[in-house]
Write a protein that binds this ligand. Structure first.
Ligand SMILES: Nc1ncnc2c1ncn2[C@@H]1O[C@H](COP(=O)(O)OP(=O)(O)OP(=O)(O)O)[C@@H](O)[C@H]1O
Length: 529
C-alpha cells in the first residue's frame, strides 16, 4: 500500500476495533427512498452505522451516496423512510437542517460551500456560531484562537487570517472539515465526509484519515465516502456498497480484500479493470519542451512522441499543474521553448492552444470546466461546435445522436442529455468534461490534470482506455495524478518533479508506485538530482 500506511493512521487501527462485540447504533436508516425527475436516486435503503466506527459508503458514480447524505443532513426532503439518529427516530420526509444538526449529524460535502473572500477564521466561525463578548459583540480574539486550535489539530497549512480564495483546493477542503468538526469534541456525533480526500495530496490524506480514526476512537460514528479503495481498506471498520440507489452489500473491512471490494462495486474483476499499456512502437515527436520556466517550474526539458503517455509525479506545490498550464498558455512562461509537431508555439490563451490541437483538462473541474446551468449535452458539445455548423444553423439531430453515443461511451449517467449539468453526480460531471475534450480526435497533445479524481473505480479504467485510444491515433498525453499506484500502472514513463524541477525520468521497466513515492519525497541532493 503506497498512498497509505494503515499502521500509521491511528492508535486504534481499522479491523482491531472490538470486532467481537457489536457497538451500539448511532444511525439507523430504514426504507429511505428519493426520486428526482427522471432518476430514482435512492430505493428502500437500510443502513446501520455504529458509534466508534468508520463506515465507508462505496459505489459507482451516481449510485446515490451523496443523495443519502443530503437526505440525512436535511438538505432536501426524502420521499419516505425512517431515520434514527442518536436514539431519536424521525420521518425521513421531515428532516430539516436544524433538526439534523441538533441531533448531532455533521457533514462535509464534495464541494464545500466556503466563502472565498473571507478568512479561514471567519469561515470556521460562520460554520458554527461566532463567539460573543459579554456585551454581545463578536469576540474576534476568540474567533482567531478557535481557528488556531483547529489549524493545529488538523495540521492545516494556513493561518487564521489567510483568505480562503488564496488557498489550494486541498487546504480549502481541510478548512471545511475543521469547520464541520469544530464542536464535535464533546458528545457523540455522526460525521459524514463526502469524498474529503479526493483533492488531497498523500501526506494530507494520512493526516485526515488519522483524524477520522481519532474521532471514532472518541466514540463518534464516521461515514466516509471515497472512491479511493486503499483509503477505504486502511481506515474503515465496515463498508456498504451501493448500486443504482440500493444497498448492494455490507462488508466487514477486516474480512475484505481490494479485489473483492472492486468486484462488489463494479461487478467486474480487478483483472478486467487493469489498464492496458500499448506495445506499439512510438511515432514522431509531438511535444517538445525545453528550458521552460513559468511560476514555480524551472528549466523543464522533455519530449513526448505520438502514442506515448507520460506521467508527472510530484507533491502538491512541486509545480506539476503549473507545468501543464505553462504548456497550454494558462500560465505565462518566462523562458524556454515549447514545440508542437516541430513548430514553436507561444500561447497567450488556452483557446489558441486548443486550435493548435493542445487540449488541457484542468484539475478543479467544477470551477474551471463545467457549465452547471447548461445541459449535459451542451457541456460536451462546446469543444466541437464548428463540426456541426451548416451555414444556417447547427445539425441538431446529428449532434443529439453523437452526444448520446458519447454519454454511453464515457458512462455518463443521466436521465437524458437535456438535463442541467448541476443535476449530475460529481463523478458524472467529471466524465462529461473528459468526454468534451477527448472527443476532439484532432487533438495532438492531451494535458490531463488528475483525470480520475472523483471517478469510480470502474470508470477509471475506461478513461485510461479512452486516453490510449487517442494516443494510438497519434496523440501524446501528459497525465498528472497524485495516485502513484495508478500512474505506475498506466503511463509509459514518468517525470518526477521536485521544487519545480524535473529530477528524474523513470522508464516503464522501472515504474512502481514505491519507486515514484521514494523519488517524489527525496530530499534535494539525492542521487537522482
Ligand atoms: N438535484 C437533482 N436533480 C436531479 N437528479 C439528481 C439531483 N441530485 C442527484 N441527482 C441524481 O441522483 C443520482 C444519485 O446522485 P448522487 O450525487 O447521490 O451520486 P453519488 O453516488 O454521490 O455519485 P458520485 O460518486 O459521482 O459523487 C444521480 O443519477 C444524479 O444524477
Amino acid at each position: 500500500m503506497t498512498r497509505l500506511d494503515a499502521a500509521r493512521l491511528s492508535t486504534v487501527p481499522a479491523g482491531e476495533v472490538d470486532s467481537a462485540v457489536e457497538k451500539p447504533l448511532a444511525l439507523s436508516i430504514r426504507g429511505l427512498s428519493k426520486v428526482f425527475p427522471g432518476t430514482q436516486a435512492l430505493r428502500d435503503v437500510d443502513l446501520d452505522v455504529r458509534y466508534g466506527e468508520v463506515h465507508a459508503l462505496c459505489g459507482g458514480n451516481g449510485c446515490g451516496k451523496s443523495t443519502l447524505i443530503k437526505m440525512l443532513s436535511g438538505s432536501g426532503p426524502a420521499d419516505r423512510g425512517t431515520v434514527t439518529i442518536n436514539g431519536k427516530q424521525l420521518d425521513a420526509a421531515n428532516i430539516d437542517a436544524q433538526t439534523s444538526y441538533d441531533l448531532g449529524f455533521r457533514v462535509v460535502h464534495q464541494d464545500p460551500p466556503l466563502y472565498p473572500d473571507l478568512s479561514v477564521a471567519e469561515n470556521i466561525a460562520l460554520a458554527a456560531r461566532y463567539p460573543r463578548t459579554r456585551l454581545g459583540r463578536i469576540a474576534w480574539a476568540g474567533v482567531r484562537q478557535r481557528a488556531e486550535e483547529l489549524i493545529e489539530r488538523y495540521g492545516i497549512q494556513a493561518s487564521p487570517g489567510t483568505l480562503v480564495r488564496d488557498l489550494p483546493v486541498s487546504v480549502r477542503t481541510q478548512v471545511a472539515i475543521a469547520a464541520a468538526l469544530q464542536d464535535v469534541d464533546s458528545g457523540r456525533c455522526v460525521v459524514a465526509l463526502d469524498e474529503p480526500t479526493a483533492a488531497l495530496p498523500a501526506a494530507e490524506v494520512q493526516v485526515l484519515l488519522g483524524a477520522m480514526r481519532q474521532l471514532a476512537a472518541l466514540g463518534h460514528a464516521i461515514i466516509f465516502v471515497s472512491h479511493r479503495l486503499d483509503e477505504v481498506l486502511a481506515v474503515t471498520d465496515r463498508v456498504t456498497v451501493m448500486r443504482d440507489g440500493r444497498v448492494f452489500k455490507d462488508h466487514r473491512t477486516e474480512k475484505l480484500t481490494e479485489a473483492e471490494l472492486i468486484e462488489s462495486i463494479v461487478g467486474r474483476t480487478a483483472e478486467e479493470l487493469r489498464p492496458q499499456r500499448s506495445a506499439a512502437p512510438l511515432g514522431e515527436e509531438v511535444l517538445s519542451v525545453s528550458g521552460l520556466a513559468a511560476g514555480p517550474v524551472r528549466e523543464a526539458t522533455f519530449e513526448i512522441r505520438a502514442g506515448e503517455v507520460v506521467g508527472v509525479a510530484g507533491l502538491l506545490g512541486s509545480g506539476r499543474s503549473e507545468l501543464l498550464s505553462a504548456i497550454c498558455g494558462g500560465l505565462r512562461k518566462e523562458r524556454g521553448e515549447v514545440r508542437v509537431k516541430g513548430q514553436p508555439v507561444d500561447f497567450d490563451r488556452i483557446d489558441q492552444a486548443i486550435r493548435t490541437g493542445v487540449v488541457m483538462i484542468p484539475e478543479d473541474r467544477p470551477r474551471a470546466g463545467a457549465f452547471l446551468d447548461m445541459t449535459v449535452d451542451q457541456n460536451m458539445d462546446v469543444s466541437v461546435l464548428d463540426r456541426y455548423w451548416r451555414g444556417l444553423g447547427f445539425a441538431r439531430k446529428r449532434m443529439r445522436v453523437d452526444a448520446a453515443k458519447l454519454r454511453a461511451q464515457f458512462g455518463v449517467k443521466a436521465p437524458s442529455g437535456s438535463v442541467p449539468m448541476r443535476t449530475l453526480s460529481g463523478g458524472n460531471q467529471q466524465k462529461a468534461i473528459l468526454a468534451r475534450w477527448l472527443r476532439r480526435d484532432e487533438a495532438s497533445v492531451l494535458l490531463l490534470d488528475e483525470p480520475t479524481q472523483g471517478v469510480d473505480v470502474g470508470a477509471r479504467s475506461d478513461i485510461y482506455a479512452l486516453v490510449r485510444k487517442a494516443t494510438a491515433a497519434g496523440a501524446a498525453a501528459v497525465v498528472v495524478t497524485s495516485d502513484l499506484e495508478e500512474l505506475a500502472q498506466f503511463v509509459d514513463r514518468a517525470l518526477v518533479l521536485r521544487n519545480g524541477r524535473i529530477v528524474a525520468s523513470v522508464p516503464r521497466e522501472e515504474l512502481t508506485a514505491h519507486r515514484l513515492n521514494e523519488l517524489v519525497h527525496m530530499k534535494s541532493g539525492g542521487k537522482n538530482d
